[in-house]
Write a protein that binds this ligand. Sequence first.
Ligand SMILES: C[S@@+](CC[C@H](N)C(=O)[O-])C[C@H]1O[C@@H](n2cnc3c(N)ncnc32)[C@H](O)[C@@H]1O
Length: 242
Amino acid sequence: MTWWDAVNFGDNQQAKKENIDLIESNDIFGTPKPEKLVEKLLHIATNPGDLVLDSFLGSGTTAAVAHKMGRRYIGIEMGEHAVTHCAPRLRKVIDGEQGGISESVGWKGGGGFRFYRLGPPVFDEDGHIRSDIAFPVLAAHIWFSETATPWTVMPRTPFLGIRDGRAFALLYNGILGDRRADGGNVLTRATLALIRAAIAEADPTFAGPVTVYGEQSRLAAPTLDREAVTFKQTPYDVRARR
Ligand SMILES: C[S@@+](CC[C@H](N)C(=O)[O-])C[C@H]1O[C@@H](n2cnc3c(N)ncnc32)[C@H](O)[C@@H]1O
């Protein structure tokens, strides 16, 4: 209970009951918020279509209410209840559950959500690439920062893919099986040939420009120009944002 009128907005006890009804679990959260209270807050602070962020999602009330109120939302939760409570609760909302504010907002069901698991952090507190980052994690980050699309391929070569007529490759962390300090992480004629071979295998007709990330380039500027290769150096050219 708070100074906000519990009769109008409900209290933790009412929310616990909502949770019991919704998630059919004895393992109920300590102080869940009633849907009515979150509805009031979203009415005050947002309009339909706005994006609501709850970075401590808990039992998922914010996301459930935002969904029923036609707001978009992002919920972040580090506990396993993201899987055992939040996602099932949202699926019930989509199926048209009639608890909480459903009746008062005329909720009939519909819509959808996407569920993602965050990968390990790429950067340390100082903005440097973490030294223990594995190839697929850095590759996914670079691909997203270059193309704004998720990277789903799992190649065994440095070639990451082609997007909008440009090919991308990453020489990092022994992807070529050469873990020497200046081995598989350096752009040379030999590593470029391997990248070209992987591109040709994926798309034999490809003749566009290539962006290669690596620790160092041994190719001179005129060669890079002739080959239409843009070299970007790890870690300096790897951006945290697009
Ligand atoms: C009090 S609950 C949130 C209540 C919820 N927002 C509501 O209105 O009912 C706090 C939640 O934050 C989660 N949490 C704490 N630190 C976190 C972090 N760094 N990242 C994601 N979730 C976190 C906890 O697991 C817990 O479920």
